[in-house]
Design a protein around this ligand. Structure first.
Ligand code: PLP
Length: 339
């Protein structure tokens, strides 16, 4: 197993014990020892990516990707990702070793980074790092690989951004409950669906490291006896979930929120739309009100790790649930079905 080496100034801060051996990944969850005693879940994998903006920013002899100790402190306390939430991230689903929608995730990361005026990222290095993280992790049926790129430490030279980047891979939690159905409440986002055009500084549609509002929404949903929430624009349209894309069925037509309304363009949605279109079904983009969603023939919240979660109730109103179609959506997102 590789050991962590000292990162450079612009990479994540020094490991607690430079040169300390990285602990071996534990056996996959559900596996047993020779005595058949249950074992601990597989250990997460951490990679630091000092090569995030290409070789020119690397120190002499510095590797672009460095395996690090996922249990040790690694980040400077003055990193702008921590102090200001300035940065972008992605969560990629890996199913039985298949890395899903890698290129769309990397393109979206670059788009979010550009919206925050970060420099051009080296997407080839990132793709390599994602593959390495999967290789380093113990085999598990469902793995979440998160890529983080922050604006780097505070106090750099004026006008020069030296991003910090790291990749964290961990076994996915058990999402079977949510995949069977979720109760959802509509919550006001407080900005209109025209915000991307009128107020680009709100960064609507960027996947930024400032997810405190999204997490607060989920807590509010739980207080209201639901498992998830649906953002509603101040002009009254259903937008997206805090970590997911809305898909609505009306007859044989499937509708999602236009990206121009300030939602994150979903990679899972892309996989589902490709599959639906291959089956001759119509997919459109249209702004719908929560009342129209509640009166539809079915609705889902889609995302890369949880996959397709059918909405059983929106604000207490029951929606039809087609479990066979839901499973098909999950298979499309997880690469278990051909489009
Ligand atoms: N919308 C938001 C706000 C999200 O955070 C996410 C994913 O985390 C999604 C939509 C779904 O995106 P994807 O399908 O690429 O996972």
């Amino acid at each position: 197993m590789t050991t962590a080496s000292s990162p450079s100034d612009h990479a994540a801060a020094a490991p607690a014990a430079p040169g300390a051996a990285v602990p071996s990944a534990a056996p996959a969850p559900g596996t047993t020892t020779s005595s058949d005693a249950p074992v601990a879940p597989a250990a997460p994998v951490l990679l630091l990516v000092p090569g995030i903006i290409g070789p020119s920013a690397l120190g002499a002899g510095e590797e672009p990707i460095v395996l690090a100790d996922a249990t040790a402190p690694q980040l400077r306390v003055t990193d702008l990702g921590v102090t200001r939430g300035e940065g972008a991230f992605e969560t990629i689903g890996v199913f039985d070793g298949r890395i899903m929608a890698l290129a769309p995730h990397l393109e979206r990361l670059q788009r979010s980074a550009t919206m925050m005026e970060l420099p051009e990222l080296d997407l080839d290095v990132l793709a390599q790092a994602v593959r390495r993280a999967v290789d380093e992790h113990a085999d598990v049926p469902e793995l979440l690989v998160r890529i983080f790129v922050s604006s780097g430490p505070e106090g750099g030279a004026p006008g020069i951004v030296r991003p910090t980047a790291w990749i964290h891979a961990k076994a996915a939690p058990d999402y079977s409950g949510e995949r069977a159905g979720i109760r959802v409440v509509a919550l006001d986002r407080g900005i209109p669906s025209t915000a991307p055009q009128t107020s680009p500084w709100l960064l609507a549609g960027a996947k930024t490291m400032s997810y405190a509002i999204n997490m607060a929404m989920i807590r509010e949903a739980e207080r209201r006896d639901a498992q998830d929430a649906l953002f509603v624009s101040s002009d009254g349209y259903a937008l997206e979930g805090p970590t997911s894309t809305l898909l609505v069925r009306r007859g044989d037509t499937f509708t999602t929120t236009p990206a121009s309304a300030g939602v994150l363009p979903g990679t899972s949605l892309g996989s589902v739309v490709t599959g639906l279109r291959a089956g001759g079904l119509d997919c459109t983009e249209e702004l719908l009100t929560p009342a129209e969603v509640a009166a539809s023939d079915g609705a889902w919240l889609l995302s890369s790790g949880r996959l397709a979660a059918p909405i059983t109730h929106l604000d207490g109103i029951a929606l039809p649930v087609d479990m066979e179609l839901s499973r098909r959506f999950c298979d499309l997102i997880a690469g278990r079905a051909d489009a």
